[in-house]
Design a protein around this ligand. Structure first.
Ligand SMILES: [Zn+2]
Length: 361
């Protein structure tokens, strides 16, 4: 069963389910599956990748490329740990969501999936669709990074370049979905995608012997990882495998920071737009209310990071051995900001998600 996060309407979870509620709200699964045991297992089979967490996933047919168990590494220059979500088959955490979403598409017998993306989610969906033998059509901004577009095209997916804003790209894709051209495998709207990104939290807890950190910092656009992490940590606590919730702290880009703006942490209107952070250029997140609720519940926050701090941190990360895309640098810049302002105390145990590789060109 699918349920609307805004009005509570319910829909059967089948191939005929709409991509969103008739009220315009985002749909989610009515229930979070939980494991039978109220304590974590002694051993998880890491060879199964993120499918080691199958009791939380409720998806039977696995389309997999070995995704999951990204490394958690010490980052002494930042006095924190990084979870290297750049280490995935297509170089970003979006593979978590793509694996679950395309598995669901395969279960439903879908033969064509549509997605709109600035690059990472499009490549993830196109790649997992290729693995599953499902056709893919990816809508991208005309000015998206050429390296990302070439990679999407090499999977055999149809790439549709759309002039205009990131919102125009989504509109073009949605029109095609509404014309019946394919199943909407959206990283912003499809609930299966968030079930996949929730495995970020499941893994991180397992890698820390089921102790959740005090806080997690992630880049924040549509909230694909942010909300996924929230749901994963909640599921772990509901299962009795962990105690407590980490604070969820977001890093947005100036010029596209609706969450930070809503919380009073945005930049002044005349601040330069941070377009280098191309992965989080989202002015109208599909699940804004859910993001704000997760922040309220976890004593979280969101801040807008400008282009200078992003460029500085991006260089610093590369010089420390972390080949990540500029979007990730907003997260370490936000970490510094949260500490400077006392949102985070020096003794807080913090994990930062580095969400995508810098090797896509
Ligand atoms: Zn609704």
């Amino acid at each position: 069963m699918l349920t609307c996060s805004d009005c509570g309407r319910e829909y059967a979870d089948d191939a005929a389910a709409p991509w969103r509620c008739e009220c315009g709200g985002a749909l989610d699964y009515a229930d979070q599956p939980l494991p039978d045991a109220d304590h974590p297992p002694e051993h998880l089979d890491r060879d199964r990748g993120l499918w080691a967490f199958e009791p939380f996933l409720d998806t039977e047919r696995a389309v997999t490329l070995g995704e999951g168990w990204t490394p958690v590494v010490d980052a002494p220059a930042w006095d924190t740990d990084f979870k290297l979500e750049s280490v995935f088959p297509t170089g970003s955490f979006k593979d978590r969501g793509a694996a679950l979403t395309v598995s669901r598409a395969a279960e439903l017998g879908v033969d064509r999936v549509l997605e709109d993306s600035s690059g990472n989610a499009g490549l993830a969906i196109a790649t997992y669709a290729a693995r599953a033998g499902i056709d893919a059509e990816i809508y991208v901004p005309a000015e998206a990074k050429p390296g990302k577009l070439r990679a999407i095209e090499r999977t055999g997916a149809d790439v549709v370049r759309v002039e205009g804003t990131r919102g125009d790209v989504t509109d073009a894709c949605v029109e095609a979905v509404e014309r019946g051209e394919g199943w909407y495998a959206s990283h912003a709207w499809n609930p299966a995608f968030f079930r996949g990104t929730a495995t970020f939290a499941l893994e991180l807890a397992a890698q820390r012997d089921w102790e959740v950190p005090d806080a997690v910092v992630t880049p924040l656009g549509h909230g694909t990882l942010f909300l996924g992490a929230y749901r994963g940590f909640r599921a772990l606590r509901a299962a009795g495998w962990t105690d407590g919730m980490p604070r969820l702290l977001g890093a947005q880009a100036t010029g596209a920071a609706p969450v930070a703006d809503a919380l009073g942490g945005g930049a002044p209107d005349n601040a330069p737009s941070n377009t280098a952070a191309d992965g989080i250029q989202i002015r109208e997140p599909a699940r804004l209310d859910g993001i704000l609720a997760a922040i309220a519940e976890t004593d979280g926050d969101a801040v807008a990071v400008g282009p200078e701090a992003t460029e500085r941190e991006h260089d610093r990360l590369a010089r420390a051995g972390f080949h990540v895309e500029p979007t990730c640098a907003t997260a370490t810049a936000a970490l510094a900001d949260y500490r400077e302002r006392g949102v985070l105390a020096p003794e807080d145990d913090v994990v930062v998600a580095l969400t995508g590789t810098g090797l896509k060109g």
